[in-house]
Design a protein around this ligand. Structure first.
Ligand code: UDP
Length: 450
């Protein structure tokens, strides 16, 4: 800490779900661009281990330094409990973490970059008179829903748990969200309780947004211009810099294939396989997993399934043996490479934002079974707005519905054409004069410039 010149960027990650790795990808880009700056990356030890611990040294620029904040209690039950407990004390945890490194030296800090969830960073940045760049781990529409939480609660006077029968009403009073139905809203905006740690955090997140110098995300402007324009008119400056599959070289371990998925795919016919994954935090209930398996079996469609070990017992008896010749399961897959493999013809997904972007970039249409959070809005975009996928009826897998959706995706060429067109826009966005390239330059002005 010899020099007092502000040449440090303090980064704070939300340590759950698929948040820390995409944030790391953002930071790595600026760290490479500005080697004289130090980027201090704060997260829990578990999260830092998943980003830094398994990466090859070539993946990590030397000017990014990980620091652990207190993990808090560890929980053995539902992962939600651990997340909620962390949120309850996260302000203190991050402030203590940053203080332990920069206490008395905060003049060295030139900028904060954090997950948008960490709304309190707006205060830390204000107190030091430096900019806050936030990273939103979803897309612009879910961001807009959180930004408009108060407006939505006022305009639809329902108690936090009463939407029964009104799920299909449109949200036409929020410009840019008219295609969204009440039932698509993320939990905690209107229904699902307003008092949980997560709902309170998201509410505060929405309120803090105009205080960010910029909010970036894994998206590209052409995917959702009206929402971005409207947010801008409300002082929320969004600068999407994706898709990350094109703009950031992924951590090499994300591409490892210890279970041999790609070798298996090499033996399949082009555009014939269904790839199934529900991301890192979501799982449909056991009866739906069983119904999905039955639909796959009866349809005869080859499949590759990212299925955690503890879920295998929820499959119908004998399913894996009977489908051995055309089915493959692994507890973790190199998803990006799988989706890009020419054998894959459809992605059965929970509609996590990263999964949706990766599917678009691979030109693969989707069957959507959203579970929570922003996934219902993402699903609405995929199925109704972009027309690059279909949603399982009533949001529930049954054997017949699974077969119907598979049949629809494999027979309708239109979906594949539309997803290919979106991929074209994405490639343009990251080109020399593309929107994402321009946004990266604007962000670099904030983060890297003296
Ligand atoms: N992923 C993967 N292999 C798997 C399951 C998931 O590589 O077996 C990756 C996937 O490529 C994506 C991320 O995990 O980048 C999941 O992110 P998403 O936003 O879709 O969902 P979340 O995990 O946040 O619910």
């Amino acid at each position: 800490m010899a020099s007092m010149k502000p040449n440090h960027v303090v980064v704070m990650a939300f340590p759950y779900g698929t948040h820390a790795i995409p944030l790391f990808n953002v930071v790595r880009r600026f760290a490479i661009q500005a080697p004289s700056l130090t980027f201090s990356f704060f997260s829990t030890s578990k999260s830092n281990q998943s980003v830094f611990g398994t990466s090859s040294p070539n993946d990590i620029p030397r000017n990014i330094k990980p620091y652990n904040v207190d993990d808090g209690e560890s929980f053995t039950g539902h992962p939600k409990n651990e997340v909620f407990s962390f949120i309850k004390s996260m302000v203190e945890k991050f402030k203590n973490g940053v203080d332990s490194v920069y206490g008395g030296h905060d003049k060295m800090i030139k900028c904060f970059i954090s997950d948008t969830f960490l709304y309190f960073v707006s205060d830390m940045a204000d107190q030091m008179g430096v900019p806050w760049v936030s990273f939103w781990a979803g897309g612009p529409c879910s961001l807009s829903a959180h930004f408009h939480t108060d407006l939505i609660r006022l305009s639809i006077p329902l108690g936090p748990n009463e939407i029964e029968g009104r799920e299909e009403e449109p949200m036409d009073f929020v410009p840019g969200l008219s295609f969204v139905k009440i039932g698509d809203l993320p939990d905690g905006v209107l229904f699902g309780g307003w008092e949980s740690e997560l709902a309170v955090m998201l509410h505060k997140t929405g309120l803090a947004l105009p205080r960010a110098a910029a909010t970036t995300m894994n998206s590209f402007a052409e995917l959702d211009l009206p929402t971005l324009e409207y947010l801008k008119s409300e002082s929320v400056k969004c600068l999407p810099m994706g898709p990350f599959t094109l703009t950031s070289q992924n951590l090499s371990h994300a591409h490892d294939d210890p279970h041999g998925c790609l070798t298996w795919l090499d033996k399949q016919n082009p555009t014939s396989v269904a790839y199934i994954s529900f991301g890192t935090m979501s799982t449909p209930p056991p009866h739906e997993l069983a119904a999905l398996a039955e639909g796959l079996e009866e349809s005869g469609v080859p499949f590759i399934w990212s299925l955690k070990d503890h879920l295998v017992s929820q499959l119908p008896n004998g399913f894996l043996e009977r489908t051995r010749n055309r089915g493959f399961t692994a507890p973790w897959t190199p998803q990006e490479r799988i989706l890009k493999h020419n054998a894959v013809g459809v992605f059965v997904t929970h509609c996590g934002w990263n999964s949706v972007m990766e599917s678009i970039m691979a030109g693969v249409p989707m069957i959507c079974r959203p579970c929570f959070g922003d996934q219902r809005i993402n699903c609405r975009l995929v199925s109704d707005v972009w027309g690059i996928g279909t949603r399982v009826k009533d949001g529930v897998f049954t054997k017949d519905e699974t077969m119907k959706c598979l049949d629809m995706i494999f027979s309708e060429e239109k979906l594949r054409e539309k997803v290919g067109a979106l991929r074209g826009f994405a490639k343009h966005a990251v080109g020399p004069n593309g929107s994402s390239t321009k946004n990266v330059n604007t962000l670099a002005e904030i983060v890297c410039k003296d």
